[in-house]
Write a protein that binds this ligand. Sequence first.
Ligand SMILES: [Zn+2]
Length: 151
Amino acid sequence: MKRIASFSVDHDRILPGMYISRIDGDVCTFDLRTRRPNCGDYMDNRTMHSVEHMLATLLRNGEIGESVIYFGPMGCQTGFYLLTRDLAPETVREALLHALEQTVAYTGDMPGAARKECGNYLNLSLEDAKKECAAYLAVLKEQKGGFSYAE
Ligand SMILES: [Zn+2]
């Protein structure tokens, strides 16, 4: 079997940040890396799940909502994938920064946190989502350069 593109990146060199993972026509897959790979520091499931509920909801309800194809966690527990259609990376970055800020400031009920809305509805925590999003917000604000893995 062919090795897929995302396995071809040297994960020991990926630092937390926002990267373009791949481009398929007008669909761009962003690697939203919240933790450094293979360093013993991983998101727990409740954190990933909670960030998924918040950012999927806020991104789809925001300025780029119509162009969001998918948002969800990586199984390796070190980041998320965001797929968008026909948008400039800088536009996506701005929308992501806004959604992260909205999560940090959020005071309502967790979206989709009812039994009928989610497959594991008790495994959610707004506080966990806020903590992860605040940390990632700081990372993105510090990130220099473009969206390429290569430094
Ligand atoms: Zn859920």
